[in-house]
Design a protein around this ligand. Structure first.
Ligand code: ADP
Length: 504
């Protein structure tokens, strides 16, 4: 096992060693780097080799209260700041993120496992939300309404909702924070950020850059918690009346717990939960295009994203062509390994529970008669958490994988015959985040786009997220939208103002 000191030699980069100030190992409350009240810590492991990257404070309900205290106090003045001030603050933060992109990417790869190329892409994507919301903050306009009587003036004001708690997952340790925090700060809210126990180091690096950018104390706070403390920290956040917004990205199961807990004091909630994206290839599709879209859509982040293609449906007339070309690309284009190594395209799964889960799904499917075209095994020669990219056909409803969000490098391809049937299958599920389809038929494109029960659609495109777009789902995939001009809505209260008895 490596100690945190060994991170340096582990990364081996003189550039990073000079700037190791971004590798923070304390929580951040009220502008100060702090340990936990209980004095305990937990270790952050590199999923590629299980070495210890660093230890961070295991914060609990008491620490959470302190962070909420700080955010509440800071809100008293931050709520009165001008949009221009907040725009500049975000822009300065963004500029620092750009300047430190490479270091952020290296920290991200170490704690999450994704390849350096994928980390760089995430950093650029995550940074873009801060840039976007620095611009949006100056466009949070109120409204003047036509009055119903001539001696009145009616208006709508938009005001920051208050303290916002941002609870984020491990699969995008950078972007899931910036997408929320950028919007919250633009709106004039102060934040308590609770990153995933698996990837808190990127969050702490972002807090360090916020400090350098001149964020007033208490505007951004980061509490690091281990798995055992997460429920009590979550409950403390939800029970505290001073927290007015909970913005969560993670599993549907935890999202429902938070939604219930937030009911008691009727908080605003924004929930970005699980998906189970259908990816449909119609007969008219450009199959080459569909295969390259499928590769990125399925295997980005080793299949661990909530918008990953989860169920491929391919028309019977192009089924063979699509499946054989997809298989060819899988075997040719994916290089698994430690994400820091040159040439590696994809990293390991994040943790043991994740690799066990997907291995069980594959075994169950194969035992029940699914056809395994490639993969289907752990790659222990690479490390404990590596799994070979796997392609299955012949999957049916008796197999667990049929309806489950896979969250791993497993592609399942079904064959279909007609549009109505495939739409019925695609929609026959209780979630609806992203969906994708490939078609060259214009009427079909509009027809299917209208009928697909999801919040986001890629048409002839497998990678669709950007700061300008509204990210979010329908059904049990969540509530609210992130990014786009709508991303600030969850952090704002609308106040109607009626000025009466005006004498003209
Ligand atoms: P995943 O399975 O992708 O890790 P989770 O929903 O378990 O998704 O985790 C997403 C985030 O929610 C993480 O920061 C995690 O620590 C946090 N979390 C997990 N359980 C709770 C809970 N009961 N209350 C609040 N946050 C929680």
């Amino acid at each position: 096992m490596l100690s945190s000191k060994n991170l340096l030699s582990n990364i081996g980069s003189p550039v990073l060693s000079r700037k190791l100030s971004l590798l923070k190992t304390q929580g951040f409350i009220n502008g100060k780097w702090v340990t936990s009240q209980g004095g305990t810590k937990f270790e952050i492991l590199n999923p590629s080799n299980q070495s210890v990257i660093a230890s961070v404070p295991d914060m609990n309900a008491q620490d959470t209260k302190l962070a909420i205290d700080a955010a509440t106090e800071a809100f008293k003045s931050f709520r009165n700041t001008t949009a221009k001030y907040r725009a500049n603050l975000l822009r300065t933060w963004y500029n620092l993120m750009v300047e430190h992109s490479e270091e952020l990417a290296k920290i991200l790869t170490q704690e999450n496992g994704k390849s350096l190329a994928e980390s760089r892409a995430e950093i650029a994507y995550g940074n873009s939300f801060v840039e976007w919301f620095s611009e949006e903050s100056r466009r949070i306009n109120g409204e003047i309404l036509p009055p119903t009587t001539d001696n009145r003036k009616l208006m709508i004001l938009k005001q920051p909702a208050g303290v916002a708690a941002l609870i984020t997952p491990w699969n995008f340790p950078h972007a899931m924070i910036t997408r929320k925090a950028g919007a919250a700060i633009a709106a004039g809210c102060t934040c308590v950020i609770k990153p995933s126990e698996d990837t808190p180091l990127t969050a702490l690096a972002l807090a360090q850059l916020a400090e350098e950018a001149g964020f007033p104390s208490g505007v951004i706070n980061v509490i690091t918690t281990n798995t055992n403390n997460s429920p009590s920290v979550g409950k403390t956040i939800c029970d505290d009346e001073r927290v007015r917004v909970v913005s969560f990205t993670g599993s549907t199961q935890v999202g429902k717990i938070l939604y219930r807990q937030c009911a008691d004091n009727v908080k605003k909630v924004c929930l970005e939960l699980g998906g189970n994206a259908p990816f449909i290839v119609f007969e008219s599709a450009n199959v080459e295009l569909a295969v390259s879209g499928a590769m990125v859509c399925k295997f980005r982040n080793t299949g661990q994203t909530c918008v990953s293609a989860n169920r491929f449906y391919v028309h019977k007339n192009v089924f063979h062509e699509f499946t054989s070309k997809f298989l060819e690309h899988m075997q040719r284009d994916i290089v698994l390994g430690d994400g820091m190594k040159p040439g590696v395209t994809h990293g390991p799964l994040i943790k043991k529970s994740q690799i066990d889960m997907i291995d069980n799904l594959v075994r169950d499917a194969v035992n029940k008669g699914a056809k395994l075209h490639c993969g289907g095994k752990r790659l222990t020669n690479l490390g404990e958490l590596f799994y070979s990219p796997t392609l299955l056909t012949g999957v049916n409803e008796n197999m667990e994988i049929f309806k489950k969000e896979i969250f791993g490098p497993i592609a399942v391809i079904h064959e279909f015959e007609n549009e109505d049937q495939v739409l019925e299958n695609a929609n026959n599920i209780n979630v609806g985040l992203a969906g994708y389809f490939y078609s060259e038929n214009l009427s079909q494109i509009f027809r299917v786009a209208r009928k697909m029960e999801v919040g986001m659609i890629g048409v002839n495109e497998g990678l669709i997220s950007c700061a300008e777009a509204a990210f979010g789902g329908v059904k049990e995939s969540g509530l609210g939208r992130e990014g786009s001009k709508h991303g600030v809505d969850d952090f704002l209260d609308i106040k109607y103002l009626c000025l009466g008895n005006i004498k003209y």
